[in-house]
Design a protein around this ligand. Structure first.
Ligand SMILES: Cc1cc2nc3c(=O)[nH]c(=O)nc-3n(C[C@H](O)[C@H](O)[C@H](O)COP(=O)(O)OP(=O)(O)OC[C@H]3O[C@@H](n4cnc5c(N)ncnc54)[C@H](O)[C@@H]3O)c2cc1C
Length: 368
């Protein structure tokens, strides 16, 4: 796909589709975006107040290696948008037993030369007064990392693209893809281009001309809750967290910019049906907040504001996948950790197309 081919269609306006559109535009391509829902779509995996960005990776150290590049790619987005949608609150992970997730993540940060500190148990109560630190051996701390303001990024990218002549088609679901001709069908007619990038999130397996190994939608629920007034001073300098030790995979964000704190629990994430399981119940809220009792001071008194279930596409080994068939590239850079790399993924995919470097880029994206 040499540089003589200049027209690209991007299917899906989540962070990966919009970032790919932006990066292709920078490379001089004529770009069009097709999105099934509103643009951006509140049902997209990318849509929320914020998403975590952190270098802590225990089992896929290749993604830790790319953290610096990811931050640099976001810097380019902030320059384009004229606004920084990143709140660098820092990131903490706790270790409760030898060889646990946090300890392994620390080893990968050390191996990749990423600035971090391993704080001993006796420092933790003063440093993180909102956390229950009994039984904690150490904390893995990075000053870098924090919150990417996801909805602002999506709206910003969409506006930036539209202002530069990119045709953005909302409510235009792709129903068929012909890989050989680069033609896609929608209820509003057909579209064609030299290259089609399928960045359709959970919609990808239904569209992709090549199989996406192990792909399944996962239901992930987050609780937004206020911190009671008497506890608020403990949270003044609280960082984001990614694993509080103990195997239940707790992650989230402190209150910021007037938003309530956000509480997630990996143990609660499961395969699910996006068509039927977006509603949440008090049981979802209670189950998730219950994991925080004994981990955060006064967690039993946190005041739930809203609980949101959303879906992402899990692929084999939680790796990002880029495959080509004819004129079509199938992309999933998700598996529940894809937002932080969104700007970088867009640059990677645009380079793969523009410089015909697909295989090498697929390896890079899979962090192998
Ligand atoms: C609750 C939750 C918490 C998460 N937390 C984090 C985190 O803290 N940090 C992190 O890095 N990542 C996180 N992730 C993962 C991250 O959000 C995703 O990896 C990333 O947003 C995926 O972006 P995407 O553009 O590939 O997909 P999406 O954002 O899902 O975008 C795909 C788009 O394609 C559209 N589409 C689908 N089918 C079609 C079709 N047939 N025709 C046209 N358009 C179509 C959809 O409507 C959608 O807008 C989280 C995900 C969830 C759900």
């Amino acid at each position: 796909m040499g540089s003589a081919s200049r027209r690209a269609l991007v299917v899906g306006a989540g962070v990966n589709g919009l970032s790919t559109a932006r990066a292709l535009l920078h490379r001089g391509w004529d770009v069009e975006v097709l999105e099934a829902g509103p643009l951006p779509n509140p049902h997209a995996a990318s849509y929320d107040y914020h998403r975590l960005i952190r270098p802590h990776y225990a089992d896929h150290p290749g993604y830790a290696r790319r953290f610096g590049e990811a931050l640099a790619a976001w810097e380019g987005v902030w320059r384009d948008l004229g606004a920084t949608h990143y709140v660098p609150r820092g990131m903490v992970a706790l270790s409760r037993s030898p060889g646990d997730w946090s300890e392994r993540a620390g080893e990968s940060l050390a191996a990749h030369g990423i600035a971090h500190a391993v704080l001993p148990a006796e420092e933790l109560a003063a440093r993180f007064p909102h956390l229950e630190t009994g039984g904690v051996r150490s904390a893995l701390w990075t000053e870098q990392g924090g919150a990417l303001l996801a909805d602002r990024i999506l709206h910003g990218l969409a506006e930036w693209l539209a202002a530069r002549g990119v045709r953005l088609h909302a409510n235009t679901a792709v129903t068929g893809v012909d890989a050989a001709s680069g033609r896609v069908e929608t209820a509003r007619g057909s579209f064609s281009a030299d290259v089609v990038v399928l960045a359709a999130g959970i919609g990808l397996p239904g569209l992709s001309p090549v199989p996406v190994p192990g792909a399944e939608p996962r239901r992930c629920t987050v609780v937004y809750a206020d911190i009671p007034d008497d506890l608020a001073p403990l949270w003044e300098n609280a960082p984001c967290w990614i694993d509080l030790g103990g195997g239940d995979d707790l992650w989230g964000m402190p209150p910021m910019l007037g938003l309530p704190a956000k509480f997630g629990c990996g143990l609660d994430t499961r395969a699910g049906d996006p068509a039927r399981e977006r509603e949440t119940s008090d049981a979802d809220t209670d189950r998730i907040l219950a994991h925080y009792v004994g981990r955060m001071k006064g967690a039993e008194r946190f005041i739930p504001r809203s609980t949101v279930a959303n879906f992402y596409l899990m692929a084999e080994e939680e790796r990002f996948v880029l495959r080509r068939e004819g004129r079509v590239l199938s992309l999933t850079a998700d598996s529940g950790h894809g937002f932080k790399f969104g700007a970088l993924t867009g640059e990677d995919v645009a380079r793969a197309i523009d410089e015909d470097r697909l295989e090498e880029t697929a390896t890079l994206l899979a962090a192998l």
